[in-house]
Design a protein around this ligand. Structure first.
Ligand code: BEZ
Length: 251
């Protein structure tokens, strides 16, 4: 996935703005050594630093890291893969907001996080849970199939587990899960009836791979029309986000 870091910063600020409540769960203490896994453009990394922690941000996207370094030159950022990173000094906490559902190899991810924590360290994260943007995905698949794009309709872009499934994965790798919740968080889309098309362009463009530009506009219009009764509340559009949030301790 290639990210447009500038567009992300301008138009999808909600991703890190919602991360504020995760910061409360992280409860960073001054002097703690904390990793922000999938830090994007660095806004939450900076918030963690402002709480007095010593923070490092990593992301697999060089574009995001470049933007993060421009935004916050005083913070350490580096390009790294979530499934196999290594730091000499283990962390007191590893934090991750709205990233884990992009990662295919979840067992390597959880093992890598575990190995990079101190004993007693915590993994505090939020991700899409089962059913996340389910209406968006169903409408996209329905329209792709109508136009004969069978392969695109079959693409599985994200991993949205149930609470039971994910906490078991964490426990199987040695974590003790002390808190976990799966909840609805309807999320505003920007730009009214253009919001669905913009969301798909930013996050789900893979679905439109191989669809000619003119036809793509027609597909996006039909997806938007299908979603309107469920997404449009008096002119403000909302996507059907469902979140999973947890604290897992390395004992
Ligand atoms: C999410 O944060 O839930 C999400 C973001 C982009 C694509 C899919 C899900």
């Amino acid at each position: 996935m290639k990210w447009n870091a500038e567009l992300y910063d301008q138009k999808h600020a909600f991703v890190y703005q919602y991360g504020e409540s995760l910061l409360e769960l992280l409860d960073a203490k001054p002097g703690e050594n904390i990793l922000d896994l999938g830090c994007g453009t660095g806004h939450l990394t900076q918030r963690i630093q402002s709480l007095g922690a010593i923070v490092t941000g990593i992301d697999s996207s060089a574009e995001m890291i470049q933007q993060a370094e421009e935004n916050f030159p005083e913070i350490k950022f580096s390009v790294a893969n979530a499934t196999n990173f290594y730091f000499e000094e283990p962390f007191d906490a590893i934090f991750s907001n709205a990233v884990l559902h992009w990662i295919k190899d979840q067992d390597s991810l959880i093992k890598t996080v575990y190995n990079n924590l101190k004993p007693g360290g915590r993994f505090v994260a939020e991700m899409g849970g089962r059913g996340n943007v389910g209406k968006m995905i169903a409408a996209t698949q329905q329209v792709l199939l109508k136009y004969g794009y069978v392969d695109q309709a079959a693409i599985v872009m994200w991993y949205f587990p149930s609470l039971g499934e994910y906490t078991k994965r964490l426990e199987d790798q040695g974590f003790r899960v002390t808190f976990a919740t799966h909840y609805d968080r309807k999320t505003p889309l920007q730009d009214g009836d253009k919001g669905v098309a913009k969301w798909i362009a930013m996050f789900g463009d893979e679905y439109m791979k191989g669809v000619p530009e003119a036809e793509k506009q027609q597909l996006l219009k039909e997806i938007t029309d299908l979603l309107e009764p469920q997404y449009n509340e008096n002119g403000q559009w909302y996507a059907d986000y469902k979140r999973l949030k947890f604290i897992a301790i390395k004992e």
